[in-house]
Every structure is written in C-alpha cells, then in structure tokens.
Design a protein around this ligand. Structure first.
Ligand code: C5P
Length: 240
C-alpha cells in the first residue's frame, strides 16, 4: 500500500520541523511545508528535508500575475519539491503558466515535474464571505467552477475539503490527484476543523493524499500516532 499521509509541519522553527521529519520519515508519505515554517526557516528547510530523502509538499498558495507565479513555481521546482499549491482563482493564464513552468523546469533538470495543486475555495470562507468579495455566493458551486477551470488549464491535482472530495472525484478526470486536509481519527480538544473525515473515509471517497497536522505532529508520540493511522488504513484496505 502506498503511504498517503502528508504530515503538516505547522511549527515555527527548522529544529522542530527536522525533529518531526526524523521521527516520522519511515511512517509518512511526505511532509507539508506551509507559510509559517517557510517564512521562519526559508528554502533551506526544504533542502534539508529533501536531503533526508523525504517527499515535500510546498504549500505557499501562489496567487499573482502569470509571469510572477511561473517564476515562483520554477524556483520551487529547482528546490525539487514534489507538490506545490496555487490559487485556482488566479485564472486560466496563471494556472497554465504555473503548470508550464513546473514542466519546463523539471525537464531542464531531468526531474519529474512537481504536482501543481489548485486551491479552490479556502475552507475558512462561507457563502457570506464569498458574496462580500463579489464572488458566486455558493461555496460548492464556486468550488466546482474553479475545479473545472483548473482541470481545463492542465493542472493534475487539487486541494479539496472533506465535504467536496466525493463530488469532485465524480466530475473530474480519474487521474486528477485529490489532496484532502481536515482529517481526524477521533475528537481533538479545542480543534478548529469543523467538517472532518477519518483517514479511511477520505480514501474511500476518492482522496489520493491526506494532509494531517495536529493529530500527528501535536501528539505526545507523533510516530505512534502516524503508525496507528497507517495500521487502520491497512486494515481498511484488507477489508475491501
Ligand atoms: O492540524 P490539521 O490536521 O488541521 O492541519 C491541516 C493542515 O492543512 C494545515 O496545515 C492547514 O493549513 C491545511 N489546510 C486546511 N484546510 C484547507 C487547506 C489547508 O486545514 N482547506
């Protein structure tokens, strides 16, 4: 079984991130570096995680003019990340420029191109928030619209919320990689994720990758927490 866990390194320092990578490398499919860690530790943290042989998902959600996004994607590809994010609302030209930059840079370096993932609607936005910024005041319609746009622009993956994965899986090409956060094995005290799925549910609905932060990284024993999730997934796969 391929390991679908992407552990979110939502920590403020390189030392904390590297400690987690060392503990978790044997039990996770990769590591997500987001804005907090990148702003604190810079591209060097990505190089250091790659030097340990782990897969990196660089989640900086680029959204700018096509030329700037293309250059940012090229820089990320030169860091040899395996996945990165752009906002699908940046429009067709920006999305095409991102995908093209990923492919061209990887070709020049003789590497596989990073998977450029489109972010549709942030899960922190509701219908009212969309309407305030002048967008379609229906989150699920807006998600479908942007997913279609990203797919038509040639993107090979999307980040989507647990509430969207089943519907998007049905409407998109089968090869589209769906990366799903908001994964919880059980209740976590003081948690801000409202719509969650268990790891098994998310895979059964069609997710390819599971972004898991606090349930693993904030656990007393992160490695044991990840192992427990993997064991549960293996049991689920055996039952199918
Ligand atoms: O700790 P938790 O498992 O909630 O972490 C989920 C990770 O996925 C965080 O890094 C968060 O920023 C990210 N994320 C999310 N919801 C989205 C997009 C990204 O929770 N819609």
């Amino acid at each position: 079984m391929r390991n679908p866990i992407l552990a979110a390194l939502d920590v403020p320092t390189a030392d904390e991130a590297l400690r987690l990578v060392q503990q978790l490398a044997p039990v996770s499919g990769g590591f997500k570096v987001g804005s907090e860690l990148f702003a604190a530790a810079g591209p060097d943290i990505v190089r250091r995680i790659r030097d340990l042989g782990a897969t990196v998902f660089l989640d900086l959600k680029f959204h700018d003019i096509p030329n700037t996004v293309a250059r940012a994607v090229a820089a990320a590809a030169r860091l040899d990340v395996q996945m990165l994010t752009v906002h699908a609302s940046g429009g067709t030209e920006m999305l095409k420029a991102a995908e093209q930059a990923a492919r061209e840079t990887a070709d020049q370096l003789g590497q596989a191109p990073p998977l450029v993932l489109g972010v549709t609607v942030l899960t922190s936005l509701d219908n009212d928030a969309l309407s305030q910024v002048g967008l379609e005041p229906d989150v699920s319609r807006q998600v479908r619209r942007l997913a279609q746009l990203a797919s038509q622009a040639g993107l090979r993956g999307l980040v989507c919320s647990p509430r969207e994965v089943a519907e998007l899986r049905q409407m998109l090409p089968a090869a589209m990689q769906l990366v799903v956060p908001g994964i919880r094995a059980g209740a976590v005290a003081g948690d801000d994720q409202k719509r969650t799925l268990t790891p098994r549910e998310a895979l059964a609905l069609g997710a390819d990758w599971l972004v898991i932060g606090r349930p693993i990284c904030a656990a007393r024993d992160p490695r044991a927490a990840a192992e427990q999730i993997l064991n549960d997934l293996a049991a689920g796969a055996a039952n199918r």
